[in-house]
Design a protein around this ligand. Structure first.
Ligand SMILES: NC(=O)c1ccc[n+]([C@@H]2O[C@H](COP(=O)([O-])OP(=O)(O)OC[C@H]3O[C@@H](n4cnc5c(N)ncnc54)[C@H](O)[C@@H]3O)[C@@H](O)[C@H]2O)c1
Length: 343
């Protein structure tokens, strides 16, 4: 067993910084040896901030470094499949941000390369490591609510991203709902067989002009009979709205939003509290750390990673099915979505 995992980071943007901080301060068994970003200044800045020995503009410098055991792929989504394949061929274990790709063909190529190389791959579905959702998951596994029957996921962002982001995002289902598709499978512990989408534009006509939607309800039918809904909106006036409820034969389990404090203010007009934590960086901070701790542990102890290649692929199939359902105005079975005719 290795006692220290030497890591290289590719992509020093928003999420790369979060993971670098976790490695620097919270995982004594991991050492960040190098950071690569095509923006050399961004790589250098991160290296200075976290005392990373090497900064480079070329991701291959990281992949060819024999001292590095594992890489974190935190560059833009369009690079993930290629970098995963090259990292696997270089014999590196891989933590890759979600999603691996928007296309099933590319995901399948990446998963095949990982399988062939025999390296570990964990995908960044961080919400599985959130304490609220984990407790809901555990309640279901332990039978605390009996046989689950209904699942409701509410997942609304505080504000939409810029239109330029929307245009390359792969659409709301693959960009935003993908976390909720993963959450649905994680909580219920079964595959979804059919989806039915109602969606439109209620937030910004510019999103509609870019060919996307900003508001949706997606109905899910699971193989084990559970029926679910995912309720998404790109803008909630009161901030980030992230809640779930699962209803079963013996009871229900639900989670509310997370708040920056627990103060309740009462006066002659109302009883009120501050708004929920505003977006994913604040709301899911702990889960970003917990997923990396789990990855480092799995590699060092040679145990299975908690989020697998199969987990990486399934939500993309669900996203493609949700989009097909919207366009064809009918329920779509996931078996209709195949890698060779997905678009
Ligand atoms: N799990 C989550 O909740 C979560 C949250 C945010 C982002 N993400 C994912 O993380 C990825 C990055 O998102 P972000 O918000 O950090 O983006 P970002 O734009 O802030 O950062 C991406 C960085 O990658 C660099 N980069 C691009 N191409 C590169 C290349 N060829 N080689 C090296 N570096 C390259 C860019 O210069 C940039 O610094 C996306 O796939 C996104 O979906 C996941």
């Amino acid at each position: 067993m290795m006692d220290t995992l030497n890591i290289g980071l590719i992509g020093a943007g928003r999420i790369g910084k979060v993971h670098a901080a976790t490695l620097a301060y919270r995982i004594p068994a991991a050492k960040l040896l190098a950071v690569a970003d095509i923006d050399a200044a961004a790589a250098q800045q991160l290296a200075d901030q976290f005392k990373i020995p090497r900064a480079t503009a070329h991701y291959r410098d990281v992949l060819s470094d024999p001292a590095i055991d594992a890489v974190l792929i935190c560059s833009g989504t369009d690079t993930h499949a290629r970098f995963t394949i090259e990292a696997a061929q270089a014999g590196k274990h891989i933590f890759c941000e979600k999603p691996i790709a928007h296309s099933l063909a590319e995901i399948d190529q990446a998963l095949a390369a990982v399988h062939k190389a025999g390296v570990k791959l964990q995908v960044g579905f961080n919400r599985r490591f959130d304490a609220n959702f984990r407790r809901v998951h555990d309640a279901i596994r332990r039978g605390e609510i009996g046989q689950p029957a209904l699942l409701h996921i509410v997942s609304r962002d505080p504000a939409p991203p810029p239109i330029a982001y929307i245009q390359v995002s792969g659409g709301m289902f693959l960009d935003m709902t993908i976390h909720d598709f993963d959450m649905a499978r994680f909580l219920i512990g079964a595959e979804v067989e059919e989806v039915y989408t109602q969606a439109g534009v209620t937030v910004d006509p510019g999103i509609g002009a870019a060919g996307d939607v900003d508001t949706a309800v997606i109905m899910l039918k699971f193989a084990n009979g559970v029926i679910g809904t995912i309720d998404n909106c790109r803008r909630a006036s009161y901030g980030y709205d992230q809640r779930v409820e699962v209803f079963g034969s013996l009871g229900a389990v639900s989670t509310m939003n997370n708040y920056p404090n627990a103060a309740v203010l009462s006066d002659g007009a109302s009883v009120r509290r501050d708004l929920p934590l505003n977006f994913f960086m604040e709301r899911y901070t702990e889960s970003f750390a917990a997923e990396l701790i789990a990855f480092v542990h799995a590699v060092l102890h040679d145990t299975p990673v908690p989020v697998t290649g199969r987990d990486a692929r399934a939500p993309v199939v669900m996203g493609l099915a949700a989009a097909k359902s919207l366009h064809e105005r009918r329920p779509v079975r996931l078996s209709e979505i195949a890698a060779d005719d997905e678009r």
